[in-house]
Design a protein around this ligand. Structure first.
Ligand code: PEP
Ligand code: MN
Length: 346
């Protein structure tokens, strides 16, 4: 349930309400707004006795049950869209943030060359996998910690924050030492122990939609991270499995505006994994922005034909450079922008 406090309620009265909630063995999540404060209550299903008790407190305007299974992730709970910073990049704000880089970190030259090129084209965050979830155990499974070190080198060279995947709860601490954003991959969306461990980390998390996850399951997965204490979560639509093998996945773009309606969390779109084909990435990146995505994550490789993973869906450095002014036009048409504003120091 959500407890809406009256406008201008002094802080000590809000804390009094929090205390009453906690006395019931429940968890209170106050959200201090510019106008008014609401206190979200989680830990049990709706309790009429508690609602009645809180409604009788003078500073309480109303008590509203939350109809959804997910609470902290819901817009009912948190009407204002969440924004947070990664370095000097604001996620969920006016800028549509572009994250770009190779599927896998392969060597220093590859990652540093890519980082420099995507930065020059306007990308704000560098992606690159070091721990790779692969369908077959015989495929390249990433460089591990050496890959993380190369990401740190590329960050030092370019100033771009880095996003990289973490595969297991045991690796969260290590990956968080190098990464600016932890990526939870589609195959791990319901690895609940991993979700909770990332929830205990102080790094923002990008949670990919599972290969056959419903939107409710995806939001409940985000709920695990939020409930463990990490409020800096973004959701990533990366396509879901269909019957047609012509594309790698079905890019469920309707999920983007739908999830933005259901949740306050930023939504990122991944046209690379969604389509599996490099020539579909540009039109689907444009479509992603048109339907309201807060960011894009795009695979870019200096030599896709020789990539150790996901070459067929990777853009060349040149094609990524050509894509950026096109997505900028769509962003401007939706009153946002992709390319950093001239006023922003870079
Ligand atoms: C990736 O980003 O390279 C990746 C493995 O993505 P997904 O989890 O969406 O398949
Ligand atoms: Mn990939």
């Amino acid at each position: 349930m959500i407890v809406v406090m009256k406008t201008g309620t002094p802080e000590h009265e809000i804390h009094e309400v929090i205390k009453r909630i906690e006395e019931q063995g429940l968890i209170a999540h106050p959200i201090f707004g510019a106008e008014r404060t609401v206190v979200g209550v989680v830990g049990s299903s709706f309790r009429q006795d508690l609602a009645d008790m809180l409604s009788s407190v003078e500073a309480v305007e109303s008590v509203i049950p939350v109809s959804k299974k997910y609470k902290l992730a819901s817009r009912e709970f948190h009407p204002v869209s969440t924004t947070f910073k990664v370095g000097d990049v604001v996620i969920g704000g006016e800028e549509v943030v572009v994250m770009a880089g190779p599927c896998s970190v392969e060597n220093e030259e590859q990652i540093v060359t890519t980082a420099r090129a995507v930065k020059a084209s306007g990308a704000r965050i560098l992606r690159g996998g070091a721990f790779k979830p692969r369908t077959s155990p015989y495929q390249f499974r990433g460089m591990g910690e050496d890959g993380l070190k190369l990401l740190a080198t590329a960050r030092a060279e370019t100033g771009l924050p880095v996003i990289t995947e973490v595969l297991t709860p045991a690796d969260v601490e290590l990956v968080a030492q190098y990464a600016d954003i932890l990526q939870i991959g589609a195959r791990n969306m319901q690895n609940f122990l991993l979700l909770e461990e990332c929830g205990r980390s102080n790094k923002p998390v990008l949670l990919k939609r599972g290969i056959s996850a419903t939107i409710e399951e995806w939001l409940l997965a985000a709920e695990y991270i939020l409930n463990a204490g990490n409020k800096e979560v973004m959701l990533c639509e990366r396509g879901i499995r269909g019957y047609d093998t012509m594309t790698r996945n079905i890019f469920d773009l309707s999920a983007v505006p739908l999830v933005k309606k259901l949740s306050h969390l930023p939504v990122i779109a991944d046209p690379s994994h969604a389509t599996g084909k490099w020539y579909l990435v540009e039109p689907m990146a444009m479509a992603s922005i048109a339907c309201g995505a807060d960011g894009l994550i795009i695979e870019v490789h200096p030599n896709p034909d020789h990539a150790l993973s996901d070459g067929p869906q990777s853009l060349t450095l040149e094609n990524f450079a050509k894509l950026m002014p096109k997505v900028e036009k769509i962003a401007v048409a939706t009153e946002r922008h992709v390319l950093p504003r001239l006023s922003q120091a870079r």
